[in-house]
Design a protein around this ligand. Structure first.
Ligand code: UDP
Ligand code: MG
Length: 313
């Protein structure tokens, strides 16, 4: 019998949790060949979430939970959940039923028999979300696609079931500033996307303000890309080019370079040179920054022809 670990980050979810537990318990009953465990991670909630988790673990021994000493953020909660999951398959789910439990069965079949390591939900629309937030999110994913070179598309969220190999690889990335969408993409493995429609959260309210979403977006870009440091270099090069053009045109049109055009030229040139060298410095710093994450240099999916012994070394 396979075990599926259902990992649920919870921050002030007293209103949503009872319904979540009922709906998901019902959905996993339908899955043949697998049992489940719940790993609830209470991310420093200030409401009755811990009490609800207490009573759940008393009445159902499949329910385990961890309570953080304060709010550490959803990324930390997901990491803790994964670290404590003992299942052959692990799935992340939000507590607010925005991730439809009826997809669990299909996800299990895909990872068990479909030849995929991971099966993830692809949110097709943004119903129930403010217009401005939808617009900004879309814009963010466009920018990320260009500068991070990772597959972190719009609608590709955290709702995904993965096998042990992939779960262990995700755990190998121990960086402090975690950005799960990027990490999933970084570790690789084969993922099948199954579409689902967005629904409004079952109860309670979203934990994200514009400020926190913006910080999350900036963190996401900085964790996976040093493109912002390169931007200074491009700007510098453009300024130097502008200085050269100003000089050439002034000489052609006026027959010499002095007075105000000369001053403009100098300002452009000096700033350009400065920017250019700042970006070189930025490159060194960002290399060191990426090194400091100590990410695995490669991730093995399968080995052939090695004995167990050589695997140990
Ligand atoms: N969450 C968390 N810690 C936080 C913020 C959110 O564990 O600091 C959990 C929250 O309880 C929920 C999930 O992360 O289970 C998604 O949060 P939410 O529904 O507020 O985000 P949204 O769906 O609006 O993006
Ligand atoms: Mg939600």
């Amino acid at each position: 019998m396979d075990k599926i670990s259902i990992i649920v980050p919870c921050y002030n979810e007293e209103k949503a949790l009872p319904g979540f537990y009922r709906a998901v318990s019902g959905a996993v009953k339908d899955i043949d060949g697998a049992e489940c465990e719940f790993i609830f991670v209470d991310d420093g909630s200030r409401d009755h979430t811990p009490d609800i988790l207490d009573s759940l673990s008393l009445k159902d021994d499949r329910c385990r939970s961890i309570t953080f000493s304060r709010n550490f953020g959803k990324e930390a909660a997901m990491y803790a959940g994964l670290q404590n999951a003992s299942g052959d398959y692990c799935v992340f789910m939000d507590a607010d039923l925005q991730h439809p439990p009826e997809l669990l069965k299909e996800m299990y079949h895909v990872v068990k028999t479909g030849g995929y390591d991971c099966c993830a939900g692809l949110r097709e629309d943004r119903t129930g979300e403010g217009r401005l937030r939808s617009f900004l999110s879309r814009a963010f994913y466009k920018v990320v696609k260009h500068i991070c070179n990772l597959d972190m598309g719009d609608g590709k969220g955290d709702f995904r079931m993965m096998n042990r190999a992939m779960a262990d690889s995700v755990l190998e990335l121990k960086e402090y500033n975690r950005y799960m969408k990027g990490i999933f993409s970084f570790v690789g493995f084969d993922t099948k996307w199954i579409p689902f429609h967005n629904v409004e959260r079952a109860a309670g309210e979203t934990k994200w303000s514009f400020g926190s979403l913006f910080r999350y977006a900036v963190d996401g870009i900085l964790s996976f890309s040093s493109a912002p440091a390169t931007m200074a270099g491009t700007t510098g090069a453009l300024l130097i080019l502008a200085a050269a053009l100003t000089a050439v045109f002034t000489v052609i049109l006026k027959g010499g370079l002095n007075g105000i055009p000369m001053l403009v030229c100098l300002i452009l040139l000096l700033n350009g040179i400065q920017m250019f060298f700042i970006s070189i410095l930025g490159q060194y710093v960002s290399k060191d920054y990426m090194e400091s994450k100590k990410r695995p240099i490669y991730i093995v999916k399968k080995k052939r022809g090695f004995t167990e012994l050589s695997h140990e070394h």
